[in-house]
Design a protein around this ligand. Structure first.
Ligand code: ATP
Length: 277
């Protein structure tokens, strides 16, 4: 009897309520080994809240999250140790630490040395530190920041800071990387570079779940796309199938009743307004 391998990530009926507001409503989603899956939806659809449920920042009101066949404990540090890393919508780097130090801090969940020790270079962890230095060098090269390892994070360009966040997330040696709007605020050149970088991440054997409003990025990159609307999953499928689905267009532009506001001839922009980061 053949058995289908279980997906790397399996979210079943994940629900998150804040008082009377259901921000995430019974969402099922899987990500398989080596997949790149996109999560899209209008502003306020519940995408980041869903990420927070996956990564232990929120304990879902209902539903379950399994990773590599085991229940994922709703504690951020344990989620990271289990093999799930993430970046955030707004850059969260240590601005006054070098690029190299930021990556080394990202590795502390793997070495077990702890944040304080990673910062203080405690004597008990010299060997691990040497390995961390080597690993940081490799990861900074990987994201194209090998020549800027010694620069303070705050002195890096915006695009470089975004790449550094990915290097830092990879430092925990995840099997799944969650990216929350990795191209927000980027110019087209930086967006294209990020697309290539995400492909390279997958080539390292790391699966990716990515929230993004830039539809070109999503359509070029993803194997599968899920659409959230008002907390619930509206549709999931291949990028072209999702992009062509009328319900998706309606979700972004409003129902046909609103046609006066959105004439049929108007171009469809699924990208949201840029944020100041
Ligand atoms: N901690 C919270 N307490 C109360 N309401 C919240 C909280 N976090 C999110 N929400 C609400 O949940 C809903 C979903 O928000 P969320 O940020 O997850 O959407 P999103 O799809 O990521 O939006 P965007 O694309 O604008 O980032 C929103 O109505 C938001 O106001």
């Amino acid at each position: 009897m053949s058995t289908t391998p279980s997906p790397l990530l399996q979210a079943d009926g994940v629900t998150m309520r804040f008082g009377g507001l259901t921000a995430v409503d019974g969402v099922d989603l899987t990500v398989g080994e080596g997949e790149i899956v996109g999560l899209i939806g209008p502003n306020g659809a519940g995408k980041t809240t869903f990420f927070n449920c996956l990564t232990g920042l929120y304990v879902p009101t209902d539903g379950s999250v399994r990773f590599a066949g085991a229940a994922l404990p709703p504690r951020p540090a344990r989620v990271t140790r289990a093999g799930v890393a993430r970046t955030f919508q707004n850059i969260r780097l240590f601005a006054n630490m070098s690029a190299r130090e930021n990556v080394i801090v990202g590795r502390h969940t793997r070495t077990g040395a702890g944040l304080f020790s990673a910062l203080a270079h405690g004597p008990r962890h010299r060997r691990e530190e040497r390995e961390s230095q080597e690993r940081a060098r490799e990861l900074l090269d990987f994201v194209g920041l090998g020549g800027q390892a010694g620069l303070l994070a705050r002195n890096l360009s915006y695009g470089a800071q975004r790449r550094l966040e990915i290097a830092r997330a990879l430092a925990s040696e995840p099997r799944l990387l969650l990216l929350d709007e990795p191209t927000a605020g980027m110019n087209p050149q930086e967006t294209a570079e990020t697309e290539e970088l995400v492909r390279s991440v997958r080539a390292r054997g790391v699966a990716v779940l990515v929230i993004e409003h830039d539809m070109r990025f999503i359509m070029n990159l993803c194997d599968r796309v899920a659409v959230l609307v008002q907390g619930a999953k509206l549709i999931e499928g291949a990028p072209a199938e999702v992009q062509a689905d009328e319900r998706v267009v309606e979700a972004y532009l409003g129902a046909p009743d609103d046609e006066d506001d959105h004439p049929a001839a108007a171009p469809i922009h699924l990208e949201k307004q840029e944020k100041t980061v």
